[in-house]
Design a protein around this ligand. Structure first.
Ligand code: AMP
Ligand code: MG
Length: 341
């Protein structure tokens, strides 16, 4: 199969919608990362998503809608806090989990009785959903385990020959996947951090619990509230280690441990005085989120074998960056604050 990249013109959108109605897959831009979309009502098309990505069968998909009326047929209840969250943060980078209706095939939810729903703000995603008149199941459009794609070119690198079409909407503005929240009547359970931060969630509900899997590796055999959280993820081929501590401690450690094919992954403006080659990923947390996945892909292109990364802040948007980076690092963190060097 030849994979075409088209611009989001009227014809491009129509072509995408036509393919989706025929049960095909389309690479689609959203404000978070690129999605690999299929009709949420078509179990055969959903199976193609799992195949194309090499995605574990037990990892459910997010269903994307383009207006609030599309929510009702997909779910059996909308808890009170969800109404507030929808008002505040939809359209946008927030996914909410609801009890699923019978209309949602088990293939989408990987057998779960709940379904994850998002109303993205990206105009091209909205146009594709509208034109197809379908809710679209769409995980990130990368091969499973690889960094998520934030440009059409990234999607092409992973999906060339596997899908008929990618719609090019330029670079994704957020750069990390949506915030995922399980909504209960009196409490929000944060399963995956994103651009809608815990602080922002608290404006809609007093009780916000952060799932332990957001910051820590799940113990062997432990059940994941969000199946996606248990996999090694977002990984470049290189062995990544996060060094927590200040910049001086980082430099001292790297300069005495680097070898050939070692790279330092630092924040903008921090390269000076580091002995090995450096790549940077943003100054503040929003920039770090936007640039993280692209820089992880670049490390692969450069043939990096060992990467030492600066540790993002664990607050606000930084929590999302840290959550992705510890997975890319296979949870290897060296705390330099405590080390006697
Ligand atoms: P992706 O589509 O690659 O952004 O991944 C979707 C994320 O949402 C994964 O981490 C899934 O495990 C999670 N997810 C989707 N549906 C559910 C659900 N019903 N319950 C819990 N987590 C879910
Ligand atoms: Mg993904």
């Amino acid at each position: 199969m030849q994979t075409k990249i088209v611009q989001p013109t009227k014809e491009g959108i129509q072509q995408a919608a036509q393919l989706l109605k025929q049960g095909e897959l389309v690479g689609m831009p959203t404000e978070t990362v690129y999605g690999l979309a299929a009709s949420a009502y078509d179990p055969a098309a959903i199976k193609k998503i799992f195949q194309a990505k090499g995605r574990p069968q037990d990892n459910p998909l997010i269903v994307h809608i383009s207006n609030l009326e599309m929510l009702q047929p997909l779910v059996t209840a909308v808890p009170e806090p969800a109404k507030k969250l929808a008002e505040q943060f939809w359209p946008g980078p927030l996914t909410m989990i609801f009890p699923k209706s019978e209309k949602v095939p088990m293939e989408v939810t990987a057998g779960m009785e709940t379904v994850a729903i998002r109303f993205p703000s990206h105009p091209v995603a909205q146009a594709i959903i509208r034109e197809s008149s379908l809710p679209l199941a769409a995980p990130s459009a990368n091969l499973s385990g690889k960094p998520s794609p934030t440009t059409a070119q990234h999607v092409w690198e992973d999906m060339d020959g596997k899908i008929p079409l990618i719609v090019d909407g330029g670079e994704c503005q957020v750069g990390v996947e949506s915030t995922v929240v399980l909504v209960k009547e009196d409490c929000l359970h944060l399963l995956r951090p994103g651009a809608v931060t815990p602080e922002m969630l608290k404006t809609c509900c007093d009780q916000v619990e952060i799932d332990p899997a957001v910051l820590h590796q799940l113990k062997e055999g432990a059940q994941a509230a969000s199946p996606g959280m248990k996999y090694k993820h977002y990984s470049p081929k290189a062995d990544v280690t996060i060094l927590s501590g200040n910049l001086a401690q980082f430099k001292e450690y790297v300069n005495s441990h680097w070898d050939s094919a070692t790279y330092a992954l630092v924040f903008d403006g921090e390269q000076q005085g580091i002995a090995c080659p450096c790549l940077t990923y943003g100054a503040d947390a929003a920039e770090q989120a936007k640039e993280l996945f692209a820089v992880l892909r670049r490390l692969d292109g450069l043939g990096a074998k060992k990467v030492y990364a600066r540790c993002p802040e664990k607050q606000g948007m930084g929590l999302a960056v840290y959550n992705r980076l510890i997975r890319a690092a296979g949870f290897q963190v060296i705390p330099l604050e405590d080390a006697r060097m």
